[in-house]
Write a protein of this length. Structure first.
Length: 244
């Protein structure tokens, strides 16, 4: 691993390096606290960092690699999987990660867990995009979805909205794989979300786990009066203890 930068970040050591031409980051715990466990943030490294910093304070190593796009294409997921295994060897940490996935990062977490379940310990997903028809296609009731979001998706996937109607690779389509593998999940959402409405997205996961008798593996953190932002659990200490 060729480190290109190293500096202090909120009291912890942050290193930067390249992976397949992409900027990559690792946030390292104090050596005496290092527990060998891994946090992976699929997108939005610096956004709403309180949860990830608390994980690092408790001894976890956090890793991140930049994406060409934020819409969970096959190429991005394959790179993320390879990156996780690369970091496991180079940093002497677990190759099974807990994700911190916010919005599109939550979508990536679900797709990654479905395609590469061997690299997943558990998921923290926050207002996850689960249904592309809702966001970014805005074919439901999501008034804050921007036209530019659909343009991004269309460029990434090369798909029209008409083609999307017949597409069967939405995150919601991957839920049966999560159920089969009994993936442990903490899902937070705001009940006033106008960008990724829960009733068009996350609720499908809640129903599937309930119907499969796996409610004990899915904690639902409903945040009253909260829109798409801010992200983060209602109680960080409880969220981390849930995974531990």
């Amino acid at each position: 691993m060729d480190i290109t930068a190293k500096y202090n970040c909120d009291g912890y050591t942050q290193i930067e390096f390249e992976f397949k031409g992409k900027k990559a980051i690792a946030l390292l715990p104090e050596p005496k606290k290092k527990n060998g466990k891994t946090i992976f943030k699929p997108e939005y490294f610096g956004a709403f960092p309180a949860l990830q910093l608390e994980f690092v304070r408790r001894g976890y190593t956090m890793i991140f690699v930049s994406n060409r796009n934020r819409w969970g294409t096959e190429r991005e997921l394959a790179d993320q999987y390879e990156f996780i295994n690369y970091c496991a060897k180079e940093l002497d940490i677990s190759s099974k990660v807990i994700t911190i996935g916010m919005s599109c990062g939550g979508m990536m977490s679900v797709l990654l867990a479905a395609k590469y379940p061997d690299c997943i310990e558990a998921l923290y997903i926050d207002a996850p995009v689960m249904n592309f028809l809702s966001c970014p296609a805005n074919l439901g009731n999501a008034p804050d979805v921007l036209d530019s979001m659909w343009t991004e998706f269309e460029d990434a996937w090369g798909m029209t909205k008409r083609e999307l109607l017949l597409f069967r690779g939405h995150p919601v389509d991957m839920i049966p794989v999560l159920v089969e593998n009994k993936v442990k999940i903490y899902m937070a959402y705001g009940d006033s979300d106008k960008t990724v409405p829960y009733e068009e997205n996350g609720i499908a996961l809640e129903r599937a786990y309930r119907d499969a008798g796996l409610s004990e593996l899915l904690y639902i953190d409903k945040k009253i009066g909260v829109d798409h932002h801010p992200h983060g659990p209602s109680d960080i200490d409880f969220a981390i203890k849930y995974f531990e």
